[in-house]
Design a protein around this ligand. Structure first.
Ligand code: FES
Length: 511
């Protein structure tokens, strides 16, 4: 067959045809990749592009392909579409292990815990989904045989000793290959420790973990995979890759006999954790307007509107997580998490009861809203003279920290509304992901200007949506395909390069 010829690829007896040039791979020729789940991006590793060749003229299989096909328990007519070169007319059927990928169904508005799909073949085997966050690593251990969720747990990210935020950790990692190794090993040890804790709690062994999925922000994702982080650390903050990746755990320093699936990323500051949150909220199929907001040290926000997705990220800083606040702490026992006015006096609630040890992000937001209502803080954020240290030791500097954080998020939301021509009233739902989002009081968040004026009943707390999304991809080729679709569908907005960003930010600082 000469290079100038056209050959026909037919997908099954009644499937669509494609006219292609000979020599390209069957995966490249496959219309819309329909029915396939090429999660490794065509690297011949995942098996998700497995097809049955019904007849036709194709290249032979090499040893690597034969090995992957054998691992999947394939039949002689099976091939990997990313390895097969089309030499003449071909008829083929998609046949990825675990069933064909499909377009996601419409989901309800509130995500639910989605354990792995049960499988008799997987009896005794475990799956581990990890949400790889800057501050903490959260894990979900599932029994692949029964499809039940066995345990969940979280540990602090051991990389903290190299810096509280992503940029300082990347900066440290880039100073020498030894430092890079240290930062990388820290996260690998963290994931191993998390796996051990979960297995101990479940009375199982780490050696039974056979499938893993990881949803992480791009820095965590790159470091665990051992990818180059040079371009992630400086403007314009480009990831080395955004493709989904599947690797054996041992290749990335995890002493676990599993294959690890990393969810795809979107941009330099928007990673697989946000893709997983979009997956868990069914963002790709939401009708009307919705915001999916995950606020941590960095905030990722997506505006979903009639099937389109526009995303931005903002440096919200650590104030919402209770850090860099004089009496700030995380939302754990001893933290004030609610503050309100009663008969003109401040009342508060402490997690677990007892005397307050400090205040978490949600409590801080409540407190500032209450002090705004009483006029103790003015619209510019200034504490009235004599009000310094109002019972909970809130300082002027704390208020400034909160103003910077809320302005960053608000500017992001306004930019998304502006860029998509969406009126505030068209936002029917605001999905709040993550711990801060789960704890905050929407009314207070609107009162301090973190969110535009929307009625509290439009806000829905969805818990750790990133973890839920990662869990749902543990054994489901459909969910992995959906994650890839979502990541590709998203339009990413780089806020800082937008005209007028600085002015918008300054304008959003006041209350
Ligand atoms: S896409 Fe072919 S094996 Fe992964």
């Amino acid at each position: 067959v000469g290079g100038g010829l056209i050959v026909k690829v037919t997908l099954g007896p009644a499937g669509p045809d494609a006219d292609v040039s000979p020599g390209i791979t069957l995966l490249e020729a496959w219309p819309g990749r329909a029915g396939l789940d090429p999660v490794c991006g065509g690297k011949g590793r995942c098996g998700g592009c497995r097809v049955r060749i019904l007849d036709g003229d194709v290249s032979g299989a090499d040893e690597d392909e034969i090995e992957v096909l054998a691992r999947l328990g394939s039949r002689p007519e099976h091939r990997l579409a990313c390895r097969v070169r089309v030499l003449g007319d071909v008829r083929a059927l998609a046949d990825p292990p675990g069933g064909a990928a499909r377009t996601p169904d419409h989901r309800g508005s509130v995500p639910v815990s989605t354990p792995a799909a049960p499988s008799v073949a997987a009896a005794g085997r475990l799956g581990l989904a990890v949400d790889l966050g800057t501050t903490k690593l959260a894990g979900y251990l599932a029994d692949l045989g029964t499809g039940t969720l066995l345990e969940t747990d979280a540990i602090p990210n051991p990389q903290r000793r190299f810096g509280a935020d992503v940029i300082s950790r990347l900066g440290y990692a880039l100073t020498s290959p030894r430092h890079y190794r240290q930062v990388r090993e820290a996260v690998a040890l963290g994931v191993t420790e998390l796996a051990d804790r979960l297995c101990r709690k479940a009375g199982r062994s780490r050696g039974a973990i056979r499938e893993m999925t990881v949803a992480g922000n791009p820095a965590m994702h790159h470091l665990l995979l051992g990818l180059d982080v040079t371009t992630l650390a400086r403007a314009p903050f480009q990831p080395a890759t955004v493709e989904p990746i599947t690797v054996p755990a041992r290749e990335i320093g995890l002493p676990i006999p599993a294959l690890v699936y990393f969810l795809p990323c979107i941009a330099g500051f928007v990673g697989g954790d946000h893709v997983a949150a979009l997956l868990a909220t069914g963002a790709g199929t939401l009708r009307g307007g919705a915001l999916i907001v995950d606020i941590g040290t960095n905030a990722e926000i997506t505006l979903a509107r009639d099937g389109t997705l526009t995303t931005c990220s903002c440096a919200s800083g650590p104030a919402f997580e209770g850090a860099q606040i004089s009496r700030g702490m995380r939302a754990v026992a001893g933290a004030v998490d609610k503050v309100w006015l009663e008969g003109g006096r401040l009342r508060f609630r402490v997690i677990g009861g007892g005397a307050p040890a400090g205040i978490c992000g949600a409590g801080l937001l409540d407190l500032v809203a209450a002090l705004l209502a009483t006029g103790t803080i003015d619209r510019s954020g200034r504490l009235r003279a004599g009000a310094e240290g109002v019972g909970l030791l809130l300082t002027q500097a704390d208020i400034r920290e909160l103003q910077l954080a809320k302005a960053a998020v608000r500017v992001g939301i306004e930019a998304l509304l502006r860029e998509t021509g969406t009126a505030v009233e068209a936002i029917e739902r605001v999905y709040l992901a993550g711990s801060f989002g789960t704890n905050l009081d929407p009314e207070k968040a609107v009162a301090i200007g973190l969110f535009p004026p929307l009625s509290p009943d439009r806000f829905v707390a969805v818990g750790n949506a990133a973890g839920q999304g990662a869990l749902s991809t543990l054994t489901s080729p459909e969910k992995r395909a959906e994650a890839v679709c979502l990541a590709r569908k998203v339009r990413h907005l780089d806020l800082t390069s937008r005209p007028g960003y600085q002015e918008h930010f300054l304008g959003a600082l006041g209350f």
